[in-house]
Design a protein around this ligand. Structure first.
Ligand SMILES: [Zn+2]
Length: 185
């Protein structure tokens, strides 16, 4: 199971990196690894605070990008769906003119994630204001806003993997307990 999850959460990364993470997991050290590297949490819990955080980054690095209309935490974006952030351009008619409104949604999962990972996903969605595809120009823009973007993206995937492994262990534990009473002959 853990091998499948590792494959699922770290696709496209070199095999030796996946092996390293698998080893940390086997040694029960994955949580410790993340905790040591990313001790800094954050207090951004409301949509208003998230908007301010996004907008400050946007004003600093992407002044010419369109104004952010709405930014909010979304409970429907989950690890299982592998959708952690979304951005949308919604066209609305306003005063006889068509206006594009920019919207960013961030998975509510990031409320409790380390600051570096919240920062990473926000940078990712902001970069999409200018670049649609995950191409070279897109990643250059991400690196412009966060020089450690690549490392954070990898470690964020490790963090998500760790959360999924924890959940899986918990589910397995629950099902064992649940089946015990009925397991008598
Ligand atoms: Zn993207």
């Amino acid at each position: 199971m853990s091998a499948t999850l590792i494959q699922q959460f770290l696709p496209g990364y070199p095999a030796h990196l996946r092996a390293q993470i698998a080893q940390l997991h086997a040694q029960g050290q994955l949580g410790h690894y993340l905790q040591q590297r990313y001790p800094e949490t954050h207090t951004i819990q409301s949509d208003k605070a998230l908007y301010d955080f996004c907008n400050a980054l946007k004003q600093r690095y992407l002044k010419n990008a369109p104004l952010l209309d709405k930014v909010y935490f979304d409970n429907r974006l989950t690890i299982e769906k592998q959708t952690l952030g979304l951005n949308a351009a919604i066209s609305r008619v306003q005063g006889g003119k068509l206006k594009a409104k920019k919207e960013i949604r961030i998975s509510a999962f990031f409320k409790t994630a380390p600051l570096a990972f919240l920062n990473m996903i926000v940078v990712h969605e902001l970069a999409h204001l200018k670049e649609r595809e995950h191409d070279k120009a897109f990643y250059q823009l991400c690196l412009h806003m966060e020089p450690d973007y690549m490392q954070y993206e990898f470690d964020c995937r490790v963090y998500l993997l760790w959360a999924a492994l924890q959940k899986h262990q918990l589910d397995a534990g629950n099902s064992v307990r649940a089946t015990l009473p009925g397991s008598k002959p």
